[in-house]
Design a protein around this ligand. Structure first.
Ligand code: NAP
Length: 278
């Protein structure tokens, strides 16, 4: 089987490494010549080019560009594909992408590997990135079951944990566990930073330790990524943020009323719930 990868960055490069390790032939297409040269020099791909014609014999093609470039890249790529080729993408949001690409290519299946690091580009590509990580496909009722089956087998080959759900279920689920945490964490940093007493602020900054490090990590990360989450998953993120605000209002009301029993019950429930997510 010939695997095509478009966008040789962290995710595309890591997929290429993983498939080559499993003995599959990997053809890489990227925007920059230098990226293609690096991918070849490091043995990440068998062949690399900036020309989509390289993928004319590919059996399965993974679109691994940034979210905004997925649809225009698919539109440019599709005329080069053989009729039986399976097309998938790795973008972190699915609804709009699946809706836009599925009508263009009958063998398209949306996908999202839940793995990554804070680094970007071909030099960030890692072996073993997808081992034990969840990898979700988001078919619609119209998606070819054969294409899903072939991708499922490839995901199993990566040693990822396979999941399958509708695109809108995926988007709401990642809004809860990935996109909401970014905005909660960013708001935490902003709220702490808004302390107007300079002595308190200075002391808070000096005393911040592991608890603050854990809770501020995702809010203090790459702003471009956070913005893309908000733009690409606006409705689901809004729904999660609204529920979160209601939850905060409840905590404030219980605090004002000195309803310690309600607060204790709340924290006991969240302590019980946390392991269900991790
Ligand atoms: P990345 O490291 O920046 O890689 C993307 C690659 O796409 C770049 O190396 C670049 O190749 C190429 N590219 C950049 N802009 C482009 C454009 N406008 N048109 C065509 N190609 C372009 O990004 P990534 O972290 O791998 O993310 C890629 C995709 O994976 C995104 O859709 C993201 O949502 C998804 N994803 C990311 C993570 C994560 O944690 N990072 C996790 C799961 C899924 P050149 O060097 O040739 O320009």
């Amino acid at each position: 089987m010939k695997i095509g990868i478009v966008g040789l960055g962290l995710i595309g490069g890591s997929l290429a490494i993983a498939f080559r390790e499993k003995g599959l032939e990997v053809l890489g297409v990227s925007r920059k010549n230098t990226t293609c040269e690096t991918a070849l020099r490091k043995g990440i791909v068998d062949q690399a080019s900036t020309d989509f014609a390289l993928l004319k014999d590919a059996d399965v093609v993974f679109l691994c560009t940034p979210i905004k470039a997925i649809l225009p890249t698919a539109q440019t790529l599709i005329p080069h594909l053989k009729s039986t080729a399976i097309l998938t993408d790795v973008a972190s949001v699915k609804g709009e992408i699946v809706q836009a690409i599925a009508p263009l290519w009958p063998n398209f299946v949306g996908g999202h590997p839940m793995a990554g690091t804070a680094e970007q580009g071909i030099d960030a590509a890692l072996p073993g990135l997808f081992i034990n990580a969840p990898y979700v496909l988001t078919p619609t009722p119209e998606t070819s079951p054969d294409a899903v089956k072939i991708l499922k087998d490839l995901i199993t080959l990566l040693q990822s944990r396979f999941y399958c759900c509708a695109p809108e279920i995926h988007d709401q689920a990642v809004a809860w566990i990935s996109h909401l945490p970014v905005y909660v964490s960013a708001s935490l940093i902003a709220a702490c930073g808004s302390e107007i007493n300079p002595e308190v602020l200075q002391m808070a900054q000096a005393l911040a330790s592991s608890g603050f490090r854990d809770t501020s990590r995702v809010g203090g990360g790459n702003p471009e990524l956070g913005l893309m989450m908000a733009q690409g998953n606006q409705q689901a993120l809004l729904k999660s943020l609204t529920h979160y605000r209601q939850q905060l209002d409840q905590v404030i009301a219980d605090l004002e009323a000195e309803n310690w029993e309600a607060i204790a019950q709340f924290l006991t429930a969240t302590q019980r719930q946390r392991p269900d997510f991790l």
